[in-house]
Design a protein around this ligand. Structure first.
Ligand SMILES: Nc1ncnc2c1ncn2[C@@H]1O[C@H](COP(=O)(O)OP(=O)(O)OP(=O)(O)O)[C@@H](O)[C@H]1O
Length: 301
């Protein structure tokens, strides 16, 4: 079943189009990522899904309900991660859980949720005294209080240290295991690659690509990168003419050739033929970063 449907979504601010014909569907139980440079229209898109913005044009449905006109129904099925500033510093974790539970007709079991998210030792701690990772765990708990079928997480791990980020990732993985559908907006490639079943890359209000992480990586112009420091110079033209080679550049005394498996084999033969020794030779596979850069021409960080 389709959990989220977005079809032909358009939104402009003051005559400037920021979402320009975005369409995607998220299946039940899927973790769907939205990636894109600053200002690409990611938040505007998810805010239309949440019912916080009204589309100028297009169809948006969450579990079959229209967020613009069926707010009560959408609130029952959708959980939204709050932004940090929306909680008062003096509110304790328990008070926050009680307050947000009161917004729902049939709230989830607060104690079980607190246990699942490791919040039990912090129930009496004020929000302002929680670490960044603990605050994010509380935001996830609040998003889950209505026992939602769909959760929207927008830049969930921005500002967290690597350990806290990994902790939050495990929580999202455990959400997936319970069959909850997740719409995740992120700037982190590693996060998208690890958590998402499929990813839409948004660029200037349009979907530049929509695929699995592996599918997107396969679209990088160079599937392999050979990097080395040669003991004698190699003619760049010879490297460029290697079969499958798409790029040759030098960086910090090293030469980097982008290409395919075929390029790697031909490169090794070239070294043997020319009697060149390549020091610190490395061959690495393309990553989601490479694919993202090729698709958007911008660095994700
Ligand atoms: N209420 C608003 N009024 C006018 N312009 C807005 C409004 N909200 C967003 N914008 C503009 O619309 C564009 C898209 O913003 P949006 O927040 O959707 O992008 P984003 O992809 O989420 O960006 P970021 O990664 O920086 O959060 C930006 O140029 C932003 O300045």
């Amino acid at each position: 079943m389709t959990a989220i449907e977005v079809r032909g979504l358009h939104k402009a601010y003051g005559g400037r189009k920021v979402v320009d014909g975005v369409s995607f569907e998220v299946g039940e139980g899927e973790v769907f990522g939205i990636l894109g440079p600053n200002g690409a229209g990611k938040t505007t898109t998810v805010e239309c899904v949440e019912g916080l913005r009204t589309p100028d044009e297009g169809r948006v449905r969450v579990c079959g309900y229209d967020p613009a006109t069926q707010r009560a129904e959408v609130t029952r099925v959708l959980g939204v991660q709050l932004q940090q500033s929306e909680l008062q510093a003096k509110l304790t974790v328990r008070e926050a859980l009680d307050l947000y539970a009161s917004f729902h007709e049939r709230p989830a079991d607060r104690q079980a949720l607190a246990e699942r998210l490791g919040l039990v030792p912090h129930l009496r701690t004020r929000f302002g005294k929680l670490s960044g990772g603990q605050q994010q765990r509380l935001f996830i708990a609040l998003a889950l209080l209505g026992d939602p079928r769909v959760v929207v997480l927008d830049e969930l791990t921005t500002g967290l240290d690597p350990r806290a980020r990994r902790e939050v990732w495990s929580l999202v993985e455990s959400l997936r295991d319970t069959g909850v559908t997740v719409l995740l907006v992120t700037h982190f490639m590693e996060e998208a690659q690890r958590l998402c079943d499929r990813i839409a890359v948004l660029d200037q209000g349009r979907i530049a690509a929509l695929d699995t992480p592996e599918g997107l990586i396969g679209r990088a112009s160079a599937a392999k990168e050979i990097s080395f420091a040669a003991n004698t110079p190699i003619d760049p033209a010879a490297l460029r003419s290697l079969p499958g080679a798409v790029s040759v550049r030098t960086a910090e005394g090293r030469t980097v050739v982008g290409g395919t498996d075929e390029t790697v084999t031909a490169f090794v033969s070239l070294l043997a033929r020319e009697g060149v020794t390549a020091g610190q030779l490395r061959v690495v596979d393309a990553t989601l970063d490479d694919a993202y850069l090729d698709l958007t021409g911008t660095d994700p960080r």
